[in-house]
Write a protein of this length. Structure first.
Ligand code: SF4
Length: 453
């Protein structure tokens, strides 16, 4: 196969899915596929799906309907569903949609070339088998799009061994496997060679990286290895589990300047009773102790989190505990959702599910307070000089550059495009709820010679 064909990948959900889509693109490029900007131009449309909440799943069904219409009205296109919904629904999807050609779960990603080849030859394909954990074939091919952005994701593990009672991930992505550290470092080097500066290590529970593999590095040791790769300016990671956040990782915040002063540490609830029901295996007190240690090691660290409100049995008192934790930690941002029951999860079987109106009212209260905290944080930056890694022009004004501080605050400032990919000093002039505005401190600098010629 060498002729150029076009693939359009519609990605739903988390960074793990974004990463999987990049790996699908990387592998298909070996068979001559290039990215299509538009589904109407595609020979192959893949939906990389998310089933973490019911809403995400519904979105995928409606997008699939649109793509099936293209086929129905004559576009010769092969359509596939990948990711967590594919894993969860499997053959049901093929039965429900007769014009769907291909269904494969997250463990099908390393085999996507063969699956696509068969599907394009007219065979309806289904692959929802989990691969062997000991020999799990993490994909090392680099996304052809890598290097176009200043940042890139690098997976360090797949699956999860925890069984939080609300979560469908262990069902859709299987048990945890850690990727060999040598492969991770090689991928980081390859990305840096393409101009990537900010590496985000991703996994479902990065803190348990390597623990099941004899002789493998721990997560903290991996951070030191990645930081030692020349050219890595910033390291982020997600997602962490508060129970597994060890002192060695806290120490890394003292030792590694490249480790950014931002941590996403999902707490889910501030009530010990609800945390027990969620089977999170930590308490509010443990979480706060971890926060104290992190702030001791890195005083400017900005903390973000996830909240689920309206978990079955959550009383008003439990919710007050969540609100008080939000205030006590002073999270600068959070992803918060109403509890959404997922098929096959233990929480679905709990007897005391809450009315949607109660969940909605609690979510509104929490998000209102979160916006106040975010605004206060951004305003606290007014007048200060921050270092911004410039990501690109703002969506609304090409003369305004947009980038992030190490604490993950978004900063917009007037500046030329050649700043993209550079870390520049900016004075923050105004803080808003979602971002800040500022002035570049060295505008008298001129473009590098290679750009001004
Ligand atoms: S740690 Fe819990 S919430 Fe996170 S992926 Fe694993 S089971 Fe799901």
């Amino acid at each position: 196969m060498s002729e150029s064909r076009r693939v359009f990948i519609h990605t739903f959900g988390c960074q793990m899915n974004e990463y999987d889509s990049a790996k699908i693109r990387a592998q298909l490029s070996k068979d001559g596929f290039v990215a299509a900007d538009d589904p109407t131009q595609a020979d192959l449309i893949l939906l990389n799906t998310c089933s973490i909440r019911d809403k995400a799943e519904q979105k995928m069904h409606s997008a699939l309907g649109e793509y099936r219409n293209l086929k129905r009205y004559g576009q010769p296109v092969t359509i596939g569903v990948a990711g967590c919904v594919a894993q969860q629904e499997g053959k049901t999807l093929l039965d429900r949609y007769p014009d769907l050609d291909l269904v494969f779960g997250p463990d099908g990603v390393p085999q996507v070339r063969g699956l696509v080849r068969e599907a394009m030859a007219g065979k309806r394909m289904l692959d929802t088998e989990f691969l062997d954990l000991e020999t799990y074939p993490f994909v090392s091919d680099i996304d052809p799009e890598a290097g176009k952005s200043v940042g890139a994701f690098v997976t360090i593990q797949k699956g999860c061994d925890n069984r939080c009672t609300f979560c469908i991930v262990p069902t859709t992505r299987g048990d945890e496997a850690s990727r060999p550290s040598a492969e991770i470092v090689a991928e980081v080097r390859a990305l840096v060679d393409r101009g990537v500066q900010e590496i985000t290590l991703i996994g479902q529970n990065v803190n348990s990286y390597g623990l099941k593999v004899s002789g493998e590095k721990t997560f903290a040791e991996l951070l030191y290895l990645v930081a030692a790769v020349p050219g890595v300016s910033r390291i982020r990671y997600t997602t962490s589990h508060p129970r597994d956040m060890g002192d060695d990782v806290v120490q890394a915040y003292r030792d590694l300047p490249a480790l950014t002063s931002h941590l996403h540490l999902p707490v889910q609830s501030g009530s010990n009773r609800i945390l027990r029901r969620m089977k999170r295996f930590y308490t509010r007190e443990h979480y706060l102790a971890v926060v104290d240690k992190l702030r001791d090691a890195r005083p400017d660290i900005a903390l973000t989190t996830d909240f689920i409100v309206g978990f079955p049995g959550e009383t008003d008192e439990d919710f007050r505990e969540t609100m008080s934790l939000l205030n006590e930690v002073g999270f600068v941002n959070s992803f918060s959702f109403k509890y959404s029951s997922r098929p096959g999860t233990p929480a679905l079987r709990l007897p005391d599910h809450l009315e949607d109106s109660i969940k909605g009212a609690r979510l509104t209260e929490l998000q209102t307070r979160q916006r106040e905290l975010a605004l206060a944080w951004h305003r606290s930056l007014e007048g200060s000089e921050v270092s911004v890694l410039v990501e690109g022009p703002s969506r609304h004004d090409a003369g305004v550059m947009c980038g992030r501080t190490a604490t993950n605050a978004m900063v917009n400032f007037p500046g030329p495009e050649w700043l993209i990919g550079r870390e520049v000093p900016v004075r923050v002039t105004r803080g808003f709820t979602n971002s800040t505005r500022g002035d570049w401190i060295s505008p008298e600098l001129s473009a590098p010679a290679e750009l001004s010629a």
